[in-house]
Design a protein around this ligand. Sequence first.
Ligand code: CA
Length: 307
Amino acid sequence: MAYVIPKDLQVMAAKGALFIVADGMGGHAAGEVASEIAVDTVSNAYYQDDSDDVATSLLQAIRRANAAIHQRAAENMLRSGMGTTCVAAVLRGNMAYIANVGDSRAYLVRNGQAKQISQDHSWVYEQVRAGLLTEDQARTHAQRNVITRCLGTQAEVEIDVFPEQLEDGDSLVLCTDGLSGLVGDDELRKIVEQFVPQESVYHLVERANENGGPDNITAIVVHVQEVGVEPPNIRHPVRVGGREVGEDTKVLGLLPSSQGTLSARNGEVRSSTTVPLHISSGPLASPGTAIAPQLAAEESSSKRNRL
Ligand code: CA
């Protein structure tokens, strides 16, 4: 997994923050190489592309990752057939753009409901969509590990992108099947609603382990405290009037005239708390910062059960 919350406010306004989870396959060593290439390539290529069209940029970055993994697999016989799933989310202003290949998932938790945004590219979920299996049957089916699309095994890959309008209080969960296969939507929702993002990840992994936990688990939880605005003309530099923004406080889509801002915080430091506007100090903003931290971002936890 990886996430990028740009420190540069103009980069943040133009490109947003990126979160990505990848679950490698093709033998343990090769799978780890594939997932690492995926997260590195996507997070670098996305920000190197100076287009402000998030969806196009994200697709292009994932295509690059596919090509890079495919090439590496071709160079080394031991890695032939290696591949990885990939689920990535870019949050900018009031929008989230979620892209996926394979069966790692993105969920949106909003108003007491957890909705899966991504669509699994797996054999069992093709059967579910065709009405031939139920969700419960898919969860326990012997063929549940068979995925129908992934990065790296083919020269070209088809990628799905789901634009989603954000609302205040939304949470996004990106995770591998090690979590989604063992923790139901409702269990997931309850945990994400009850705890701050960093603690949610811990409890989600715990729950998956309590429910059997046979697989590696990687998850990212992102909480949006207050959505921002989509910049109307982000090709022009965005002036922020000399405000100082703390290391762990980021602003997405902040415009001089805008009331609504979306800022993000790396959950590594401490769990999020609500901080009023115009605070002069506090854990989430440096002195003099008049920007409320609106997006409490996540931390991820990865657990490895090697079998
Ligand atoms: Ca897995």
